[in-house]
Structures are given as structure tokens and as C-alpha cells.
Design a protein around this ligand. Structure first.
Ligand SMILES: [Zn+2]
Length: 240
């Protein structure tokens, strides 16, 4: 039986059989990995805390023919605070689900680091709701090749001085002359939120104050864009 040591974050976790847990790890070394944790649901189980969502640690995995079995874990950070605050919890779950839906079994160190930075800020800093998930999505789209923080129409290259529109079909910003049925108007408040979030490091997000609920408008646009680009929605964040 071969065994591997990986650094990973639990991005999905569900009960399996009587006492086991089926865990999806997003790992630095191997991308997304489905694993089983045996007998972890008892109160005294040794690996108990490492099976929960957000748990970041070093996992030792035995690779059998049919399963990856986690046999040892050294938890580096459980991000426990995320389970104590409902708003943070929902936002955190959305972030994990985004990673689950865009990742494969290939290593992507940049995405791994981005995920950790984002969870750290969400858990420990006093950041307003949606700032973290908005920034995370903007970064993800940028990595996928969509950059919409721009002053040029992506279709005709004219300057975007007046109203700007988001073309969901191509995932980019266009001008009024290039807009079509799949475009939606982007307000100044929304665009300025996007620009601020994109330009600021996670470590400094707690100092940021966005006016006019720009982060909410921005979230709705990014959420819709995710659905168009990836073909599925991520876990919803209840917004009242
Ligand atoms: Zn144009």
C-alpha cells in the first residue's frame, strides 16, 4: 500500500456508512482528492476535528485499489471561528464550493494559496460581508483569463467612459454600442466596488469601506458570471 503526505483543506465532507466520513480535500500537491476517514464520527475518535469543513492540515493518505484512506492528520488550522459566525460560515461554504466546482485532480498552487489567504482573512479579520467572496471570485476569473477591471470595451476597444455593460456570453465588459441581449448594465457603484476589491490585498480588506452596497451588486454579477462560465451555481449565500 502506497502512502502519500499532502497539505490540504477539507472542501466537502459527508457521512459515509455507519462511522465513516467521505471527505473531499483540496490539496497543494494533487488538486482535488476524494478520501475516506474511518471511524471518525465517535466522540473519542482521534481524527475527529480533521474531518470538518475548512480544516487545513497535513494529511497522510494510504492509497488502496479502490479508496484513498486518511490515516493520520496534523491539523495546522481548523478555521474554527468560521463555524461560530453564521455570515462567515455561509460565505466560507460558498468559497469552498467554488473551489470544488472549478478544481480538478491537477495541482494548482496559486489557487491553493488564494484559498488559504481568503479563509484566513474571512476567519480572523473584521471584514464586511461579501468582501472576501467577491475578491476571491474576481481573482478566480482573472486566473481563468477574464479581466474585467478595464477602461476599454473588450469588443470594440473604445474607451469605457460612459455606461458599461457586462456581457455574460463572453464574461467581459463592453460599451453601450456593443451591448446585446446577454448584457447587463454595471452601475458605477458596482464597478468601483469591483475595482477596490481587486486592487486590495486580503490582509488589508478590513480597512476597506465600500459605499452604496456596491459589494452586494458586485456579488450578484459575479455569481451570475460564475454560472455562465462554469455551467453550475455554487452554494448560495442567504442575503436578506
Ligand atoms: Zn464596444
Amino acid at each position: 500500500m502506497a502512502s502519500t503526505k499532502v497539505k490540504g483543506v477539507v472542501i466537502a465532507s459527508k457521512d459515509y456508512k455507519e462511522k465513516d466520513r467521505l471527505v473531499t480535500l483540496y490539496t497543494l500537491e494533487n488538486g482535488k482528492l476524494s478520501c475516506i476517514m474511518r471511524g471518525v464520527r465517535g466522540e473519542k475518535a482521534k481524527l475527529k476535528s480533521a474531518k470538518e469543513l475548512f480544516s487545513f492540515g497535513e494529511y497522510i493518505i494510504e492509497n488502496t485499489k479502490s479508496f484513498n484512506i486518511i490515516t493520520q492528520v496534523e491539523v495546522i488550522d481548523s478555521f474554527f471561528g468560521l463555524t461560530k459566525d453564521l455570515d462567515k460560515f455561509y460565505e466560507g461554504c460558498a468559497i469552498l464550493d467554488i473551489v470544488n466546482k472549478i478544481s480538478s485532480q491537477e495541482s494548482d498552487p496559486q489557487l491553493f494559496i488564494e484559498l488559504l489567504k481568503c479563509l484566513k482573512t474571512l476567519c480572523y479579520d473584521n471584514v464586511k460581508r461579501l468582501y472576501c467572496v467577491d475578491k476571491f471570485l474576481i481573482r478566480i476569473f482573472k486566473e481563468l483569463g477574464y479581466s474585467f477591471i478595464t477602461d476599454k470595451c473588450s469588443s470594440c476597444k473604445a474607451g469605457l467612459s460612459g455606461k458599461r455593460y457586462f456581457n455574460l456570453d463572453i464574461g467581459e465588459m463592453v460599451c453601450a454600442s456593443c451591448r446585446n441581449d446577454t448584457c447587463q448594465a454595471v452601475s458605477d457603484v458596482c464597478y468601483s466596488a469591483m475595482k477596490l476589491l481587486s486592487g486590495m490585498d486580503y490582509e488589508k480588506l478590513s480597512t476597506l469601506k465600500i459605499g452604496g452596497n456596491g459589494e452586494v451588486e458586485c456579488f450578484h454579477l459575479l455569481e451570475k458570471n460564475f454560472e455562465w462560465r462554469v455551467g453550475t451555481r455554487f452554494t448560495q449565500i442567504p442575503l436578506l
